[in-house]
Design a protein around this ligand. Structure first.
Ligand code: OGA
Ligand code: FE
Length: 310
């Protein structure tokens, strides 16, 4: 009996880091609905599975034509380790990882983030300036789109739990021609990138955070173009074939004054002889098993930008 206490202490001391995190969470669970999961962990991500018959993958953005499936590819869940980059944000760069974090951004002139025209008037100029200030070499920005996501049931757009990249070279080039037809020929001779500027609207993020894999760990052959079929045109996104070379990250408890740059395309990255490894960042929302049951669902906005410059 006399030895029981020291033995227990030794056992507790030997618990693995993840078991201790788990134990700390369960101690917290009933007491604290505001608990924010932090640190490295293992999560389940939903990956692309190519069509079995080898055909070109497609999905219909709106209702599919009679007799056609909504999409011809599948998906599957994979458990992956994910690293919390909090405290080490500056180690990650657009040219190496295709993601970057900017902290301490002043509060936006936009208060509500419900009206699209108001968002364009108040928030877009701030995003433009942020990109010019923080993307090395950038000298011209065109913001072409934004999406607000809410986790509440029935919200028009929810977090996306599917590993993907928004654009490919084809759709990025198409965007430049669409939005800047007069200058496109000249702009396409220089460096052009697509960068999403992502932020939470109700941070710190407690549930449904965003995960992103370093572009430097993504092999070209694992990037699979998907035809994104609208009624009147076909765009192109990318699905990612699972490979354990892909290294996943997240920024725990992301705050309203933090911005995540997600670089979906960089014309430099696909050039022979270029040292740029960035330019295509796989990303997805994920459920963290440590999130308390009554956690507040994440709300966010991403603004999509064409970024030009050497
Ligand atoms: C994006 C994106 C998903 C999400 O910003 O491009 O895919 O859940 N976001 O916020
Ligand atoms: Fe995306």
């Amino acid at each position: 009996m006399a030895t029981a206490a020291p033995l227990q202490a030794t056992a507790a001391h030997n618990l693995s880091q993840s078991a201790r995190t788990e134990a700390a969470y369960h101690a917290n669970e009933s007491a604290d609905d505001t608990y924010i999961p932090r640190g490295d962990t293992v999560v389940t991500l939903n990956y692309f599975r190519p069509p079995e018959d080898g055909s070109v993958p497609f999905n219909f953005v709106e209702k599919q034509p009679e007799g056609q499936p909504q999409r011809n590819f599948g998906d599957f869940d994979v458990q992956v380790p994910i690293t919390d980059i909090r405290g080490r944000e500056s180690e990650y760069t657009l040219d190496k990882d295709a993601f970057a974090v900017v902290s301490g951004v002043p509060e936006s002139a936009e208060r509500d983030f419900v009206d699209d025209e108001s968002i364009k008037k108040n928030y877009y100029p701030e995003v433009e300036k942020l990109l010019l200030d923080h993307v090395p070499g950038s000298n011209k920005i065109f913001l072409f789109d934004h999406t607000i996501r809410r986790s509440t049931p029935g919200a028009p757009r929810a977090p996306v739990t599917r590993v993907h990249i928004d654009q490919t070279k084809k759709s990025s080039t198409w965007r430049v021609n669409l939005h800047l037809p007069e200058e496109a020929e000249k702009l396409l001779q220089g460096r052009y990138r697509i960068i999403n500027v992502w932020r939470p609207l109700n941070g710190p993020v407690q549930a449904n955070p965003l995960g992103f894999a370093s572009s430097s760990t993504l092999k070209d052959e694992d990037l699979i173009p998907i035809e994104h079929r609208y009624p009147h045109r076909t765009g192109e996104t990318a699905g990612i074939r699972y490979n354990d070379s892909q290294k996943w990250h997240y920024l725990s408890g992301m705050k309203n004054d933090e911005r995540l740059f997600l670089e979906c395309f960089d014309s430099e990255a696909s050039k022979d002889g270029s040292n740029v490894l960035g330019g295509r960042v796989p990303h997805t929302a994920f459920q963290d098993p440590r999130t308390p049951a009554n956690a507040v669902g994440r709300e966010s906005i991403e603004v999509r930008a064409l970024v030009f410059g050497p």
